[in-house]
Every structure is written in structure tokens, then in C-alpha cells.
Ligand binder design. Structure first.
Ligand code: NAP
Length: 299
């Protein structure tokens, strides 16, 4: 039986693993995607992580993973589909069958992209509908695209795409943006960016691939791609019966990572917090590992 099972190989999980290893705990990281590094890999340039200015999100993820690997931390490609309390800790059920037993769990599974929920979105996913501008932007070089959303991701995506695409429509359902004013200012200065506020996308249409979007105001805009950046949804389906979640589905936990379930810790984007960034995920991982070590000492 492991001392700690870490779920997720993003910055929170990797940081937790390094701290747990240094605390002499036996551990394993379960990762849904083989050789994954989490959401950070989808970021363009990350300019706000201390000590690594201007590094691409992909490279940053690789550096983090390489650091964990250099400690000999074992990874297992496995999707966890549920948890069960046992006499000595936790049993994590694997989607492909089988289970992993551990005295404690550090759950750092992150969040996935929220969907817009409009006609055509699911059918045209991967055929013009994308949730990652950095991953797919290059396919739309010289073309017209739309970005949906009003947070930092949407603004960053629109800025990034404006460097590649002939024209970018940034479409937001409200008048006010949640994203940074500085980025919005840069977008307003770009001649190939058109910002449409108080505008709702009703349908994404196209035969085999996206050809246009239809707006609630009756307008149709011809586009080759639609980048959906309307926030994230925490990966908490498999923990909803064992740990308390907040109204938005995040695991209720403070910076120690302690949850309502004994010996079950949450770290990174998956927990309730003010700021979801690489730096806070790394910090969460460290805290959760120390909390797990303390818990194990006590029991
Ligand atoms: P977010 O801040 O939650 O913004 C989501 C946006 O999508 C909101 O503007 C929201 O509209 C809109 N939206 C949600 N559901 C929608 C729907 N069904 N139809 C239309 N619009 C919808 O999410 P995010 O931009 O992914 O950012 C997540 C976190 O990461 C934030 O804390 C953000 O600051 C951070 N982040 C930071 C950076 C950076 O520092 N450079 C980059 C990316 C992300 P309303 O405004 O009307 O609710």
C-alpha cells in the first residue's frame, strides 16, 4: 500500500510528488494522459512564473516533469473513476478495471474546458471548434476565426490568434470583460480584431467543418474556426460523493489541502481558491504533501 497516491501530473501533482518523495513517503502519480504535464502545456508564453520568464507553457511543463522524473517518481497511466474509504486509507478504482490502494490521496486532477452548449458545437469539435488556441491556432493562419468568452483566456487567445489570422472576432455575452484591461487595450489597437460585446452565439454551423456562426441578434458571420474560451470545469465527478464541493463543483479545501474527507487532500485548480495559476498550483502541491506527511505521522 502506498503512503500517498497523487492524482494528476500537472504542476500541483508534480510539486506534491517532489515534496512527498523528500518526506520519504512511498508514492505514485496516476495520470490520465501518458507523459502529461497538465493544462500549462496549452499556454503560449508564461511570463509570470518566478525565475522562468518568457518560457512557453509546453516547455515549462516538460521542465517540471523532468524535475519530478529526476527524483525517480513513478508514473502510471490510469484514469481514476471513483474512491472508496478502506480500513487503512483509500481505494481508487481505475476506469480500465483494477484499483490502487493508498493511505492518503492528493487529488490534483485540475479542470477541463467548459463547453458553450450551442447547436453544432459537439458535432464540429475538432473540425473547426477548438478549446485551445495555442494548440490549434496554426491551422487557421490567414483565415477568419471567432473567439468566445470574456476572461483572460479569451483575451489571450484573441491576441495570440490576431498574430496568425486574417481576422479575429472576439465575442462576449456581456459588456464588461473579466480579463485584464491591459490585454483588452492591446486588442482594441489591433486592426484585424473586432470586439462584439453583449453578443450571444446561438449556433456553430458547417457541413463537414465550421463555415459560420449564427448570433442571437440574427447576424451570421463566416468563420473557419471557433475558439471556445468560456472557463473551466473542475474534474471532480469522481470525488463528489466523498468530499465537499462548492457551488461551482470545486473541492472545498484551504491552502493546507485538507478536505472534508480524512486523509484526502486537494491541490491546484481543482480546489476552492482565489487565483488559479501555475505558481499557486505548485504551492498547493507542496502544502498538500506536507499535510499528508503530517497526517501519516499522526495516524
Ligand atoms: P473565466 O475567467 O471564468 O472567464 C470565463 C468567461 O467565459 C467569462 O467571461 C464568462 O462570461 C464566459 N462564459 C462562461 N460561460 C459562458 C457561456 N455559456 N456562454 C458565453 N460565455 C460564457 O475563465 P478563463 O478565462 O478560462 O480564466 C480562468 C482563470 O485562469 C481565471 O482566474 C483567469 O484570470 C486565469 N487565467 C489567467 C491568465 C493570465 O494571467 N494571463 C490567462 C488565462 C487564464 P461572464 O463574464 O458573463 O460570466
Amino acid at each position: 500500500m502506498l503512503d500517498v497516491l497523487i492524482v494528476g501530473s500537472g504542476p500541483a501533482g508534480l510539486s506534491a510528488a517532489i515534496y512527498a518523495k523528500r518526506a520519504n513517503l512511498s508514492l505514485e502519480i496516476a495520470e490520465k494522459i501518458f507523459m502529461g504535464t497538465g493544462q500549462v502545456a496549452e499556454s503560449g508564453q508564461v511570463d509570470n512564473y518566478l525565475g522562468l520568464p518568457g518560457m512557453s507553457g509546453y516547455d515549462m511543463g516538460e521542465v517540471f516533469r523532468g524535475h519530478a522524473e529526476s527524483f525517480g517518481i513513478p508514473f502510471r497511466e490510469a484514469e481514476i473513476c471513483g474512491f472508496e474509504r478502506t480500513e487503512n486509507g483509500w481505494r481508487a478504482a481505475l476506469a480500465g478495471g483494477g484499483s490502487i490502494e493508498a493511505r492518503t490521496v492528493i487529488y490534483a486532477a485540475g479542470a477541463k474546458h467548459r463547453h458553450l452548449g450551442v447547436r453544432g458545437e459537439e458535432e464540429l469539435a475538432g473540425r473547426g471548434v477548438s478549446y485551445c488556441a495555442v494548440c490549434d491556432g496554426a491551422f487557421y493562419r490567414g483565415k477568419t476565426v471567432a473567439v468566445a468568452g470574456g476572461g483572460n483566456t479569451a483575451l489571450d487567445d484573441a491576441l495570440y490568434l490576431s498574430e496568425l489570422c486574417e481576422k479575429v472576432f472576439l465575442i462576449h455575452r456581456r459588456r464588461e470583460f473579466r480579463g485584464a484591461a491591459a490585454t483588452l487595450e492591446k486588442l482594441r489597437e489591433r486592426p484585424n480584431v473586432e470586439i462584439l460585446t453583449e453578443t450571444v452565439i446561438e449556433e456553430i454551423a458547417g457541413e463537414k467543418k465550421v463555415s459560420c456562426i449564427r448570433l442571437a441578434n440574427g447576424r451570421t458571420i463566416e468563420v473557419s474556426g471557433v475558439f471556445i474560451a468560456v472557463g473551466m470545469q473542475p474534474e471532480t465527478e469522481c470525488v463528489k460523493d466523498i468530499a465537499e464541493l462548492d457551488g461551482a463543483g470545486y473541492i472545498v479545501a484551504d491552502e493546507t489541502g485538507r478536505t472534508s474527507a480524512e486523509g484526502f487532500f486537494a491541490a491546484g485548480d481543482v480546489r476552492t481558491k482565489q487565483l488559479r495559476q501555475v505558481v499557486t498550483a505548485v504551492s498547493d502541491g507542496a502544502n498538500a504533501a506536507i499535510s499528508a506527511a503530517e497526517y501519516l505521522r499522526k495516524i
